[in-house]
Design a protein around this ligand. Sequence first.
Ligand SMILES: [Zn+2]
Length: 257
Amino acid sequence: MKAVAIASGGLDSTTMLYDMDDQEVEIIYVLGFNYGQKHMKELSFLGHTCEKLGLSHSIINLWSSGLTGLLSESGSSLVSDTNVPEGHYAEENMKSTVVPNRNMIMLSIAAGVAVAKNAETVWTGVHAGDHFVYPDCRPDFLSAANATIALGNQGFGPIVIQGENMIPQQVIYAPYLNETKADIALRALELDVPLSETWSCYQGGDMHCGRCGTCVERLEAIHEARERYYEDHDRKPPVDSTQYADKDFWRGVIANA
Ligand SMILES: [Zn+2]
């Protein structure tokens, strides 16, 4: 199977790239997106991972196209215009980081690249934890987007004709759609993904801050995954060698949640 992968340099999509490699999916191309993030740190980590795995990749710049400027006028604010919330990754807290229709935009562009490069599939690292904040990361959306993209690009993935109906087959793969962040972190440990080569922090400092919503979510997920790894395999889990400015803040947040 040939694939175009959407990735960001974060924990989820980096794990997905290693997972695809493990499943012998042929990654034809990796696409990252600059949609006006507060910083470019994550995308520079993506570049590093692609280089390491020998993958071709491009960063699609939606920001300089002016598109994200238009989107920020719609009522939802962009990360770059907002003070990043601290603490737990709770719905109200993180709504300020939503870019409207972002996933549909990325999937559309990735599908175009996939058709052009003769790949049959598009892969995305969205997971269950995205569902409550991002409507376009939910299973019903992805299933509808799959049908739209398959029907709109004849020859892209198999379409089965049943009577007068054209039934689109799977072209969009979201392997973590029903998995939690901790499930993905466990997968990362099992695949020996170097966690320190992934970036999650909404702040763009020299190291992870340990205090923002995504840092807290990351630390909590890795902690749970390491415990589960130990239970499942009866040996010590790989160490998270990521550097955090504040290593323990998350524990207090979880205790108070
Ligand atoms: Zn952070």
